[in-house]
Unconditional design. Sequence first.
Length: 114
Amino acid sequence: MNSRNRASLLDIIKAAELSQSFVQDMDKLSLTQDIKTQSAVLYQIAILGEEAVKRLSPELRDNYPDIPWSAMAGMRDKLIHDYEGVNIDRVWLTLELSIPELLKKLNFCYNCLK
């Protein structure tokens, strides 16, 4: 189970880092006008939520309650099931505020599994 958790965490970290790299040197207006980047970012955020719920063990999620697992899954569900209702302003805030903090927590969690 530990190797599966490590692999899944690495996938989540990679998706978070990719989402950040896609908007590097962009502002919110640029993102709202760039459908390709929006699509790429939304896909990576969906991966975050998918991995957090489907592949990580409940024990790992329980051991790290400060990581917003259910919020990650909820955003994934919103992106997949209510695509037309996606709010790019909220996505931008997630990219700017939530994901950098999330990456710190995920990296800590990953390093604890070594």
